[in-house]
Design a protein around this ligand. Structure first.
Ligand code: FMN
Length: 158
């Protein structure tokens, strides 16, 4: 059994959005969204390098990274810490590319042209929950509240 639980894998696959933090050469943080972030296997997350020059440069200097994935409706999610490598050729590159283009390994199909793939080895995984979960507040109540909020936002933005 790997570090990723079934619930972690389900949340990551469902959300189709992770924010990845890397470290710039000057020590400052770099955070950017990756809609292709998903599960590769029980110990690895992956995303496509479509347009991530800062993240890729940083990983070249320092492989340390963290990915946060949150369900905005239940205000819960996970944070994953580890190291990542850029895969740009070879058998593993072909395997990942094939999974994105066919939807294998439960990966959401994407035919956007990837310059490579970032494969993250997760060494630490922890749950995240909003402090809005005050005693007695249920996930169902939270979901109702935020479903209403987002419906109202969409209504006012349309
Ligand atoms: C919703 C959303 C999803 C994105 N998904 C990806 C992605 O999966 N892969 C990627 O390379 N860029 C993706 N991007 C674009 C990068 O996040 C964006 O180009 C960013 O400025 C790159 O910053 P970085 O070079 O510091 O990583 C996405 C952007 C948004 C807004």
């Amino acid at each position: 059994m790997g570090i990723l639980t079934e619930d972690m894998k389900q949340v990551v696959r469902q959300q189709r959005m992770g924010f990845i933090a890397t470290v710039c050469p000057d020590g400052s943080p770099n955070l950017s969204p990756k809609g292709t972030a998903t599960v590769w296997d029980d110990d690895h997350l992956v995303f496509a390098n479509l347009d991530s020059p800062g993240t890729i440069e940083n990983l070249g200097h320092n492989p340390a990274c963290e990915i946060n994935v949150i369900d905005a409706f239940i205000r819960k999610g996970y944070r994953f810490k580890g190291t990542a490598e850029l895969i740009t050729n070879g058998a593993l590159f072909e395997e990942i590319k094939d999974a994105y283009s066919t939807g294998g390994r439960s990966i959401q199909k994407s035919n956007l042209p990837a310059k490579g793939y970032v494969l993250m080895t997760v060494t630490k995984a922890a749950p995240l929950a909003s402090p809005g979960y005050t005693p007695g507040k249920t996930e169902t109540q939270m979901r109702e509240e935020w479903t209403g909020y987002w419906a109202a936002v969409q209504e006012s933005n349309s």
